[in-house]
Design a protein around this ligand. Structure first.
Ligand SMILES: CC(C)(COP(=O)(O)OP(=O)(O)OC[C@H]1O[C@@H](n2cnc3c(N)ncnc32)[C@H](O)[C@@H]1OP(=O)(O)O)[C@@H](O)C(=O)NCCC(=O)NCCS
Length: 178
């Protein structure tokens, strides 16, 4: 089943409060530290920040209900996915995959040719999602996530290449015909 009504839009630091609330709700059970509005605003003001938000115009709130986010930091050669999350009640409808695909599409229009991320070794839903989108394991950070209660959890470092779209001229930020 897919959530075809849900729209994915680019956003910025003006939406820091909303993105922080989405991050807290999406990552509540995960190993990641929750983001504060101030930390999201700082991430989004930094050069190379990219943020996407998924909104449901026909959601129960009736007014562009936010339901997922994707945030990345993009350098000249590589990018890092800092967050990809979907509200628990909106999962398994293809939204995580759509957010990831949209982020990869956006990255393909930059000079970035490699994207990296960290994922907890026991986060099987996310690991399956990333594997389905071509990410491969390139390293491990032992005990990277501090969980209370419980022992620290290793982070896997995943990476994949970012292919420019057909007809894209590197460095020109534009497409050419044919
Ligand atoms: C990971 C996450 C973003 C996936 O969002 P989602 O909207 O449920 O993902 P999709 O519906 O697009 O699922 C795509 C694929 O991911 C995998 N997947 C997602 N959830 C899964 C689950 N609970 N169990 C097993 N596989 C799962 C499957 O391969 C799935 O494809 P399928 O539905 O055809 O089997 C969501 O579970 C989430 O927000 N988790 C908490 C935050 C988090 O851990 N983010 C990643 C940090 S690196």
């Amino acid at each position: 089943m897919t959530d075809s009504m849900v729209e994915i839009r680019t956003t910025g630091s003006a939406a820091a409060d909303l993105l922080a609330a989405l991050h807290i709700a999406s990552f509540a059970e995960s190993a990641a530290e929750p983001w504060s509005p101030a930390s999201v605003a700082a991430i989004l003001r930094a050069p190379g920040a990219l943020a996407l938000i998924a909104v449901d115009p026909a959601g129960p709130g009736g007014n562009d209900d936010p339901c997922g986010l994707a945030v990345a930091r993009c350098g000249p050669d590589d990018a890092e996915i800092l967050a990809l999350g979907v509200l628990p009640e909106r999962r398994r409808h293809g939204l995580g995959g759509r957010l990831l695909a949209a982020l990869l599409e956006l990255l393909a229009t930059t000079t970035t040719r490699k994207v990296l991320l960290e994922v907890a070794v026991d986060n099987h839903p996310a690991r399956r999602l990333y594997a389905a989108h071509g990410f491969a394991e390139i390293g491990v950070r032992r005990g990277y996530y501090r969980r209370r209660p419980g022992p620290p959890v290793d982070a896997l470092i995943l990476a994949r290449s970012v292919d420019p779209p057909t007809g894209f001229v590197r460095g020109s930020s534009s497409f050419v015909a044919g």
